[in-house]
Ligand binder design. Structure first.
Ligand SMILES: NC(=O)c1ccc[n+]([C@@H]2O[C@H](COP(=O)([O-])OP(=O)(O)OC[C@H]3O[C@@H](n4cnc5c(N)ncnc54)[C@H](O)[C@@H]3O)[C@@H](O)[C@H]2O)c1
Length: 329
């Protein structure tokens, strides 16, 4: 059996979720964990196996390392992927892929030039409810998808590195990279973006908390993201409008209705029987690297989410719609 010798860079909350999904597989062996916080790295190594490194450069220098999972804070994604590619290691990089399209392009070029695989953790489309809703859209039974509206609202108190706008890229990168990717997963590539961003910030942070984004898609679809991190009565809801009906989903349910019929709910058991999204994305990465099986999400998906988020920030700042592809300012 082929075995993937894996390393983890950034052993925080998400790094450990990814690593546990990888560890659940028989064909993965952890050889090293890199995190500048010694306690984080040691705790992770005790659970996953492998040696502890305070610097990811030392982990990447290992000859026996095949690939890494990169789950550092957002601002470090680009430098970690460039270093991994330069060392000839395949990389799974957490979302947001980077904080600018220019950096995404450098990462993609570096992976291509080095002949390594680069996958980005746009996991929402793989999470059971969202995945099932997408399957319903793709079944064609509802006709063409026309529009998607997503509300993601909560009262968000960012902690640690997430409190600062610069290293996170703000809410549209740190949180809504997911919803932006999901809009694309339903409606295809975007053609223009318009955004209104409130100046009111999240508590103890310089991150604007209310981000409303409208997206036009090349195939004629339209999308609306209501991202509000300052609303104590938070909720999560996706509504997809199609030619013959509509589909709604959230983290735990999916329902649908044809225009001329009663509403239906997808049985809870069906969603519970599906693999968790993080397991699916890690399985896909490992199977891509070991067996060449096409990945479920690509680096270009990660890049497109960054492009839309960056266009939204530009639109928010100028008050004008922004056409894609994004031109350098
Ligand atoms: N896909 C998802 O649903 C999801 C959920 C949460 C977080 N994330 C993403 O995962 C990434 C990490 O988020 P988190 O919640 O795990 O944050 P975290 O703060 O829990 O963990 C980050 C870890 O990275 C380490 N780190 C910082 N700089 C490093 C460096 N140069 N080299 C190696 N390690 C370094 C920190 O010490 C920390 O242990 C972020 O990009 C975030 O957006 C994705």
């Amino acid at each position: 059996m082929a075995v993937l010798k894996l390393g983890l860079i950034g052993a925080g909350g998400m790094g450990m979720s990814l690593a546990r999904a990888a560890k659940a597989r028989e064909d993965v062996l952890f050889v090293g964990i890199a995190d500048p916080v010694a306690e984080q790295a040691s705790k992770a190594a005790a659970e996953l196996g492998g040696e502890v490194y305070s610097s990811y450069a030392d982990l990447l220098a290992r000859k026996d390392l095949d690939a890494v999972l990169a789950a550092t804070p957002n601002a470090a994604h680009c430098e970690v992927v460039l270093a991994a590619a330069a060392a000839g290691k395949h990389v799974f990089c957490e979302k947001p892929m980077a904080l600018s399209v220019a950096d995404c392009d450098r990462m993609i070029a570096a992976a291509q030039n080095a002949g390594v695989k680069l996958m980005v953790g746009q996991v929402l489309r793989l999470i059971p409810g969202f995945s099932k809703a997408r399957e319903l859209v793709q079944s064609g039974e509802f006709g063409k998808p026309l529009a998607i509206a997503i509300e993601r609202s909560s009262f968000w108190r960012p902690r640690a590195w997430r409190r600062e706008y610069q290293p996170t890229g703000g809410v549209l990168f740190e949180i809504n990279a997911h919803e932006i990717d999901y809009m694309r997963a339903i409606l295809g590539d975007a053609s223009s973006v318009y955004a209104c961003i409130s100046t009111e910030t999240c508590p103890d942070s310089d991150i604007p908390g209310i981000n409303y984004v409208l997206v036009r898609f090349k195939d004629g679809g339209i999308g609306m993201l209501n991202s509000n991190s300052l609303i104590p009565q938070g909720q999560y809801q996706v509504a997809i409008t199609l030619e013959k009906g509509s589909i709604r989903c959230d983290w735990s349910s999916v329902s649908y209705q044809f225009r001329d019929r009663e509403a239906q709910t997808v049985p809870e058991e069906e969603l519970k029987a599906m693999l968790p999204g993080v397991q699916r994305e890690i399985d896909s990465f490992v199977e891509w690297v070991l067996h060449g099986k096409e990945p479920l999400v690509t680096a270009l998906d990660g890049r497109s989410a960054v492009e839309i988020a960056q266009a939204a920030l530009r639109s928010g700042a100028t008050g004008q719609p922004v056409s894609l592809p994004l031109q350098s300012s």
